[in-house]
Design a protein around this ligand. Sequence first.
Ligand code: HDD
Length: 733
Amino acid sequence: MTDTPVQPGAPGSAPAPLEEPTAPREPLPPKAASDGPAAVSPTGRPWGGDAATRAQEGAFLTTAGGVPLRDTDHSLKAGRRGPTLLQDHHLREKITHFDHERIPERVVHARGAAAHGRFESYGTAAQLTCAQFLQPGVTTPVFTRFSTVVGSRGSADTVRDTRGFATKFYTAEGTFDLVGNNIPVFFIQDAIKFPDVVHAVKPHPDVEIPQAQSAHDTFWDFVSLHTEAQHHTIWNMSDRGIPRSYRTMEGFGVHTFRLVAADGSTSLVKFHWKPKAGVHSLTWEEAQLAAGTDPDFHRRDLALAIEHGAYPQWELGVQVFPDTEDQVFEGIDLLDPTKLVPEELAPVQAVGLLTLDRNPRNYFAETEQVAFHVGHLVRGIDVTDDPLLQGRLFSYLDTQLSRLGGPNFTQLPINRPHAPVNDMLRDGMHQTADHVGVAPYKPNTMDGGCPFHAGADVAFLEVPARVAEGVKERAKPASYDDHWSQVRMFWRSLTPVEQAHTAQAYTFELGRCFEQAVKERQLQALANVDAGLCATVAAGLGLPAPAPTVAVPDVAPSPTLSQVGRRWPVDGRVVGLVADPGTDLDVLVAVRDALDAAGVLPLVVAPTGGPLDPARPDVVAQRTWLTAASPELDALVLLGAAAPAPDAQPSFDAKAGGPGMDVDPRVVMLVQQAYRHAKSVAAVPAAAAVLGAAMIDPQTPGVLVTGDPATLVETLLAQLALHRAWERFPAAV
Ligand code: HDD
């Protein structure tokens, strides 16, 4: 025996003391916003937080096998400075798992944001379809994922692009997916062209630029050669291509679907989502600013609105057409996905209300792993022969096999039906179900004939629709040949402000192309749409405007295609209250509370974070003069003279506000931006100098100076309902 102390770490020594506590601790509770209103689906499954899917249990850190761990910070080494041992099974498990944390991103729609909610049926579609979730009084849990199309998972939200709008209805009769976009038509008429259009719009394959942009040669090469894409493209170039928020987008099922009623009668329909908050877009400058200051602009907006209780809502509506044999309505081929049916010809009839009220708890588990499929249909809703839809019926199932690693992705918690599942699919990668019985085939006697076929009163039934007569050929019908009249209809339905934005977008995008032939060919396409549009874009490019090559019939505008001129609810809109140490906090609180009561989200914008006055902890800055930016704010209220703060720097961006000026240059820049973006700007008299420094005439539309908080709020809310002071365009951008 020796009494020499054993060195820590030497064989036989006690483990080194731990720095962290080892007392058991309960896992953190979920964030309030992701807890959401507790509710139970009609099938009995909870959807306000599902304890069964929570991954973490117990108080201790464990291995994947549940063995409690004492140390996850040091690998097992041969001596403290020695090499790491292959024996370290915890190290290998930890690193191996990490090495495989990523799954392939979606080939399109990679970047998205999602939320849970509920769909309440009005019952107004009960005459049209026997689908259970559209019957009177039925509420169905849903999960909706919004997305851009072109960019990678980490790209910016506010790029010019189409937006995806996909909703999974967990109905009592099985899952129904409505996989739509914010544009009612598509680039192509046949799914076989999908790889072509996507290859054209994705970054160039040699250097992989540009990211999340259509402003490049291959895209315009494709759409100018492939003129059926011109209709979708003009929607992209309009303000619809840069939505203000996911909350302010329309959604469209695009294709014509067939509804089947309880009595077997059928009708053709197009699905529409109508946002309760109205249809609003960013300006191009706002979109570009937001991509820099807040690339997560739409994702954050959705999550914050839900967290603040301003739950986004959309009405689901249908345009209904008789199910005639030719499937043509008012001369429009309903099977051509590059055509819409103007609402003036077939009004949208509301059939239910979607409310998104719970943020995801885990982005990967829910938003990333959710798998939509146009073939997820329920009894009472069937597909048509639209060749784009037919191809999609293959693609969505197929893509999940590589994205989610096998055929059992419907067992992932977010994809699990809320209806009972009793299929005869077995085994495969990532199988988690414990199937019982010996006879997963039909007919059988070994399992007593189970499971039984469903009767016609509950089963999904394909409608016995007549298929077109003809020969087998790779061709399309003549009714798909008009690529121009609806493009012209869209253009003519826009107000002058919207037309100016659209022409500017074409000019920018083609200006980013380098191939002369591509620009000239697209100008030729624009000449067929409208001579004025073509001339404006040609002038911007410095090229001659060609004459049209196609005689396009004159078309009536469809006023519902424009966003301008209507009043919308103000719920969930965001107003910046620009304050400083001299601000009368009673006025600020009066304005803030009145806006809050109207459902608007007021954000205090102060020189620094924290309380404006230590004696008034109820008034705290949510944004600072440095972090606030116009795109996030739908209007500004100026509540102080905004004298330069000690950290103010002269700004080259602001037209005024350099050294020696009386107003902080960051506030000047913010106000100038908001003004250029045609936002309302209201000011108390003490802040009039800020307008002066920003060179804004207080008499301009949408600008107001008043000392009366009630008048200020009332005027501001009325202006917010119009979204922008449109009269300020086209001087604004
Ligand atoms: Fe698609 C994803 C919408 C045509 C193939 N599509 C995807 C998503 C939306 C749409 C919203 C994202 C779903 C999510 O959030 O996970 N797609 C549309 C619309 C189309 C359309 C409205 C035309 C009307 N799509 C289309 C065609 C094909 C695909 C013609 C193939 C032939 N789409 C896919 C895909 C994706 C997809 C490759 C990528 C990831 C996924 O499916 O799950 O299969």
